[in-house]
Design a protein around this ligand. Sequence first.
Ligand SMILES: [Zn+2]
Length: 188
Amino acid sequence: MRCKRCEQEIAKGEFCRRCLVKVVERRVRKDIRLKAGINKGTKILVMDPLSAYFAGNLLPAVEIVRKSASSFGIRQWDSYVYKNSALNDFLNRKGIDIAFAPLPMETGPDHYLECLFSGKKPSQPAQGKIFPLFSHVSADELELFCRSKKLTFPRFGGYSLGFLDRMEKSYPGTKASLAKAVKQQNIK
Ligand SMILES: [Zn+2]
């Protein structure tokens, strides 16, 4: 198997460790540029080391506010962060423009499947201030990224991550197509 970017021989995955870091940074940078609406002086809340890394390294001219996820009662990262009222109140009260949430590509599909199997209504974001930082990066890719950068890997609250992983193994591309389908229905 060869790295898709530099053609170096690799044991598994699509990219070698060094290229993966570059690919992840490029995808996140692109997402931020196209969708986050960040300008000079934008006030950004970061709640975990991984989001802090991206806010600090990819966006030089912003104002970064740091507060721990646990202070909003967030113990794991999943779609319920959009509905977190302590967090939404804090963003409004402090005039913060955007909060980075370290949610991987699987988050939307995961939430969709959870709702499908349990008969719950998918949660819609209360407002557009909570930005999923890793819409185009899988949990596996993030784990490797964190290992390379010596950053703490966020704890995901995935209901069906194991299920999605098994699907992906049997049918490569499942996660990406499900993520796309779910996005079209505006489920986050
Ligand atoms: Zn490579």
